[in-house]
Ligand binder design. Sequence first.
Ligand code: PNS
Length: 167
Amino acid sequence: MSVCLYPGSFDPVTNGHMDIIRRAARLFDTLYVGVLYNPDKHGLFSPEERAEMLKEACSDIGNVKCVLWDGLTAALCRELHADAIVRGVRGTADLEYEKSMAALNKMLLPGLDTVFFPANAAFEHISSSYVKQIASFGGDITEMVPECVKAPVTNKYKNIKGGKKDV
Ligand code: PNS
């Protein structure tokens, strides 16, 4: 039985992430999607909120399980007996970062490989950071995130108003 882990910040999960999840779920018997901590990012949502949204977004995919983990990705792979890590790659900038992470995870857990999924063209410009930025200025994120994510994101910014300022 093949078991795989797709780790990420998922702050929040986007349609780009969902595309990777659906494609990976077709290749592996069980796909764990893990909300992990990225020390380089400051979260809009708590890890628990992110995991809750992810769980709802994945509820129609039978072999996907969502987990929340405060620790190393390699340690979670060991815990879950995962054969591989899945990551999406949107472009060359992503690839350099992903190659380093893949190599380090393999050093931490020899035999653990990372499978890269090239982002579909329709999603390669979508990132959680841009979704938050667009929502923060009142832009429409309907096409960028799962239905269950839209209201939580827009609600975070409902009291923030932008616009022209006199100078
Ligand atoms: O969605 P992101 O922010 O690109 O995901 C990065 C993430 C969470 C997968 C990475 O920061 C991570 O693996 N965090 C857990 C701690 C860890 O294992 N760090 C070493 C990575 S080589």
